[in-house]
Design a protein around this ligand. Structure first.
Ligand code: SF4
Length: 371
């Protein structure tokens, strides 16, 4: 077990929540009035008393987001390069033991996808793959990143965990971000959900955002797959992970994603479903603990939910997403990872954000901050 894992294991999330469950509304308001907040405060914001004060908490989260980020929402699109995978993650439509249409895009197909997205206005793309050491190796990723960077100014990856040298090579090729969800921070549940393949290594995955930061990446995105474990405990451990990264890798920007499990070819029924209200509470509570974290929402959520969460604290959103390789140019040629709920076009999403008083941005506004 590494230092980060030991630190996360030592956080008594259950006890913090049990104690916070005795909090009253006065205690919640006291947390709202504070400047700096810790994990105990986060537990109070997740308590039943806080549920009764949700409107006040959401308003505080919205105010803080406006202070730190203005009214901007960065739009991005995922580009699925491959759905080949050697892992069995029980919840995923790409798991190796499901017989689905597989594809790994060649460079010409990747170019087609990226040109399509650039034509829609996107300047920030997230390249996504499963884990397949033979067909999706580092050289493949480097070539894909170089190509993508020749067409758009900002490219991030969501791929298997790499070592520091691997991240260095991809930074050299042009990535500025690494997204990697731990899926669940509950070690025992993690073992149950990840039954075969290299992804079984909990600690290797947990340390990956730190390795990317050590390699010099500008931003890392972390998250838990919502539905796998108790959402309140996951929120506390996720916040602890983010705080660790901010403490030891302060030059790296940290963002948090909120992927809720959606229908997939795995037909997985989430044992800990997260309701709309719980998701909104999670977004607001994390904003109040992590004031400068980017909060990211995908098209796993429907239009109404996305509009609502943008008002509370979301600062980045995907739009017009396809979740299968080649999905923009040749929809339905390969298996999707999951069904999207928001099927609006990027232009429709941007127009709606503008109507809500936000400034949808396509280019990476952080560039101006980081130089
Ligand atoms: S979640 Fe990722 S690693 Fe797991 S089966 Fe799906 S694509 Fe493979």
């Amino acid at each position: 077990m590494n230092d980060l894992a030991r630190t996360l294991e030592s956080i008594p999330a259950g006890d913090l929540l049990a104690r916070a469950d005795r909090a009253d509304e006065r205690a919640v308001r006291a947390v709202l009035a504070k400047e700096g907040r810790d994990l105990k405060d986060l537990a109070v914001l997740l308590s039943p008393a806080a549920d009764r004060l949700f409107e006040e908490i959401a308003a505080a989260s919205a105010r803080l987001t406006a202070q730190r980020f203005g009214r901007t929402v960065l739009l991005y699109a995922p580009v699925y390069l491959s759905n080949e995978c050697v892992n069995v993650c029980t919840y995923c439509g790409f798991r190796r033991d499901i017989d689905v249409r597989r594809a790994t895009l060649g460079l010409a197909e990747i170019e087609e996808e990226i040109r399509y997205l650039a034509g829609q206005g996107f300047r920030h793309l997230l390249l996504v793959t499963g884990e397949h050491p033979k067909n999706v190796d580092l050289a493949y990723l480097e070539a894909a990143v170089r190509l993508a960077r020749s067409l758009v100014p900002s490219v991030a990856i969501e791929v298997e965990p790499l070592d520091v040298e691997g991240y260095r090579r991809l930074i050299e090729a042009g990535i500025d971000g690494v997204t990697l969800y731990q899926e669940t921070y509950d070690r025992d549940l993690y073992v149950r959900y990840h039954t075969h393949g290299p992804k079984k290594r909990f600690d290797w995955r947990l340390e990956a955002p730190s390795r990317a930061a050590e390699a010099g990446i500008r931003r890392v995105g972390i998250g838990a797959l919502l539905g796998l474990a108790d959402w309140r405990k996951e929120t506390i451990r996720l916040a602890a992970h983010a705080r660790w990264l901010l403490k030891y890798h302060w030059r790296t920007h940290v963002s948090i994603s909120f992927p809720r499990i959606r229908e997939a070819a795995s037909h997985f029924a989430p044992p800990h479903p997260v309701s709309d209200r719980e998701l909104a509470r999670m977004v607001a509570a994390l904003r109040l603990i992590l004031r400068d974290a980017g909060l990211v929402l995908s098209t796993r959520e429907g239009p109404g939910m996305r509009d609502g969460l943008a008002r509370i604290g979301i600062t980045q959103m995907s739009a017009g997403s396809r979740t299968e390789p080649g999905g923009y140019g040749r929809p339905d040629d390969a298996q999707k990872q999951f069904m999207v709920e928001d099927t609006r076009s990027p232009a429709e999403v941007a127009a709606r954000l503008a109507a809500l008083g936000f400034d949808p941005v396509w280019k990476d506004w952080e560039e101006a901050l980081h130089g």
